[in-house]
Design a protein. Structure first.
Lengths: 387, 387
């Protein structure tokens, strides 16, 4: 299929990819320990430091073949020891899964539920109270909850944690936020951000990316028990990542040269302009989508507009209109949106992703295309906006 | 770099890739739960049944983003319960690592060492005696040991296991064998084969592939303890794989559409001729390499020619010649070989991979190119064959 004929993918990941990034995916075969690839991998790790706005040399990036989900195993098997308590901020689907992952490795997750239900997030007061009640080894925060489009303010939460329970590690699930939401890893005192390649980083799925503070590395190194995973063990990966960044060949498991080259290509593009511009562009595009949603009389899942993500929008269908009805009509107009994911209401809403080249390359016209297709599809389904 | 200028990669993985496979790697973005991709993923799983020469409907293929190493976690976290004994046949580097993975999840590995050291493999008598001494939940066999080029006869070992300890699960590490060595999964009574995309399957690195017997699936389903991993848990993946093969969208973690399409492309190519022809072609190419090695007066690591792999050859450098000397000379001639991996003798040998398109597409001339470059490089280093 020619790229121009294909539908535009506006889901909260995988996103649309730049041609140069897709081109890197077909890079001819090379040795994973050969000089050319080792240099590229090493540079890629150094570029990740810039993406996370981090200059602390004791911080450590990791790039491993896997899905974003593997990032939870990195956290649960390496930073948490059996029987240690973890406070999991609940904003939807992903908190349940992260909690389940933590429990798999023997940690004890306590979910702090969002008080106003779907579309809300735990309050700072709740977080402060929970941290005062029990000593938590770590707190986990889903930065953008891809199931609801709710954004957590990780800077503000970090301030609460540092004030009330400074020894608690601050862990961020940034799968749907890294590359489109502001993250100042060092400045905000974060300890671990896990993410994946296929969202705002703009690279096909297949890479799990993790960024650790020096404190997180030390926490791992001072574990009393062995890591609970083999493939996800930092004991296996940290020496490899340090060697690659020092441009020395090293082997634990075979990396994917094609995916790593695609990541390298995308990071060079991302970092070719100030990150502030990138964050601002995602806010502008997001606001455009959210304004159009409001004009159509539709309601976001995010209850408070100031708590909505900038890389995606989750929207309730109007009454009488269903996913089975609208999503094919959108596809007929060359646009792919995602259905619902939050199990309580999965059939009642849809998700519009606005990340990466679809936002940064305005010539593509993806955002307008998505908004127009939505208006037309709803109209064809008999819905023409607020009465 | 134009593909024609690039050096030919003749290492035991990643191998050289067919142009159509590399083309699939740049497939434009698509939804991982969209109809087109779900069909491709479903077909890919069905094609894997053919690759494993398996018709048992209770058998189960899995394809997950990750390195081949992740396959060990699949085995250790799902098929073995804590405190259960596992017999690990030792032929080199990979047995040590697999044993370490098993121990991570609480299994108790017993390595059965190769009696004649590097380049040998455990004997059937040793295996039979070990199985009679203790009840093992599983036996693990590295089909082709990529660190030594030694091939295990998994059919013969399976016969011993079925006779002496029929309840023991037969687990094969086929990372360097699936796609080039004969494997008749059903006929030989295997229970689990783990492999990866980047070797004889001919797809860039990034996919962990696992094939389970109905008995292995039941063993998992009847576990008394929860699986030890989250990302590698069959509880999370089996429903997803069954849904994809039934062409139903399903989500646990985002798969890589590009890598799965590349796998689909390669499997269609592989299965376009009888597998017997593919196995025979690898034997012929391997014999050509091994004959050339013998004519040069060089010695393989594999002590017995009948126990040498058909997808790679591990060869000692002649006396006075080093890796630092020869590998750059090979690269100068446009050929990439791999250095040693077995820790006892890593600097003393090299590895020549002969798998995939380099074997099947004779027009490429890769095998002759490799042999000629080796002769010339050794000659330039002052070695001109047996005196």
């Amino acid at each position: 299929m020619a790229a121009s004929d294909k539908p535009t993918v506006l889901i909260p990941g995988p996103v649309e990819f730049d041609d140069a990034v897709l081109g890197a995916m077909s890079h001819p075969s090379e040795s994973h320990v050969g000089g050319a690839f080792v240099n590229i991998f090493g540079e890629t790790l150094s570029l990740l430091r810039k993406l996370f706005i981090s200059e602390d040399p004791s911080a450590q990036p990791l790039v491993v073949s896997g899905s974003g989900t593997l990032g939870w195993d990195f956290v649960a098997a390496n930073l948490i020891e059996p029987k240690e308590d973890v406070l999991v901020l609940h904003t939807g689907y992903f908190a349940d899964s992260f909690a389940s992952c933590i429990a798999t490795y023997g940690g004890v997750p306590t979910q702090l539920k969002n008080p106003a239900g779907v579309g809300s997030r735990p309050t700072y007061e709740q977080i402060e109270q929970a941290l005062k009640e029990k000593k938590y080894k770590a707190i986990t925060i889903t930065h953008t909850d891809t199931s609801t489009g709710v954004l957590n303010d990780i800077k503000a939460i970090s301030e609460v944690v540092r004030r009330v329970s400074p020894e608690t590690l601050i862990v961020v699930d940034g799968v749907c936020s890294v590359g489109c939401e502001e993250i100042r890893f060092d400045d905000w005192g974060l300890d671990c951000v896990v993410t994946a390649s296929q969202k705002a980083i703009g690279v096909p799925a297949g890479l799990s990316i993790c960024y650790l503070s020096g404190r997180a590395v030390r926490t791992f190194e001072e574990r009393k028990t062995a890591p609970g995973s083999y493939f996800a063990s930092f004991a296996n990966w940290l020496p490899i990542m340090r060697n690659y960044e020092a441009k020395k060949p090293s082997y634990f498991a075979t990396p994917s040269p094609q995916l790593v080259r695609a990541l390298h290509t995308s990071l060079l593009q991302i970092l070719s302009i100030p990150l502030e511009e990138r964050f601002a562009a995602h806010k502008t595009a997001s606001q455009k989508v959210k304004n159009a949603i409001a004009e159509l009389g539709l309601k976001q899942l995010a209850q408070d507009p100031s708590q909505a993500a900038n890389g995606m929008t989750a929207v309730y269908f109007p009454e009488g209109v269903t996913a089975q009805d609208v999503l094919p009509k959108l596809l007929g107009r060359g646009v792919v949106f995602a259905g619902g994911l939050h199990k309580e209401i999965a059939t009642k809403y849809f998700r519009f992703g606005h990340m990466g080249v679809s936002v940064m390359n305005k010539d593509l016209g993806h955002i307008d295309k998505g908004i127009n297709a939505l208006k037309e599809a709803l109209s064809e389904s008999g819905y023409n906006g607020p009465k």
